[in-house]
Design a protein. Structure first.
Length: 132
């Protein structure tokens, strides 16, 4: 089922959202000081192409540098990419078949707003801790 959803996602909106992230990544890499933002943008572009079966998790080693970088990213590019995900999510939710795709688009809003200090991992590599 993941493959079917990923293919539908790729055709309907994944390709266009990934292009937005790639454009942001190229601009960030051209401005030498913002290369970490470009790397994060390329990582999210890969996630935007094929989101089902993967999730974003916080890096345990992320510190103050990523927090400061996230504030800068939020102001410069994060808001616009999050708006793109919100609009895409609403458009997808207009049909019953598109509801899972819309939910996936809404799921990508937090990582588009604050990408630094996060990793994209397959769902089968997630470590679940038992509830205390």
């Amino acid at each position: 089922m993941r493959v079917v959803l990923n293919v539908i996602w790729l055709v309907l909106c994944g390709f266009w959202m990934a292009i937005g992230y790639v454009i942001a990544g190229v601009i960030c890499c051209l401005l030498i000081i913002t290369i970490p933002f470009g790397v994060a943008s390329f990582r999210i572009a890969n996630y935007a192409l094929w989101p089902f079966g993967r999730t974003a998790v916080r890096k345990p080693t992320a510190g103050a540098g990523s927090a400061i970088g996230n504030v800068i990213w939020f102001v410069v590019a994060g808001v616009w990419l999050a708006i793109g995900h919100a609009v895409t999510g609403v458009a997808m939710c207009l049909t019953i078949i598109g509801i899972p795709l819309g939910i996936a688009s809404f799921k990508m809003i937090p990582i588009s707003l604050l990408p630094l200090g996060r990793d994209i991992v397959p769902n089968d590599q997630l470590v679940y801790s038992p509830a205390a």
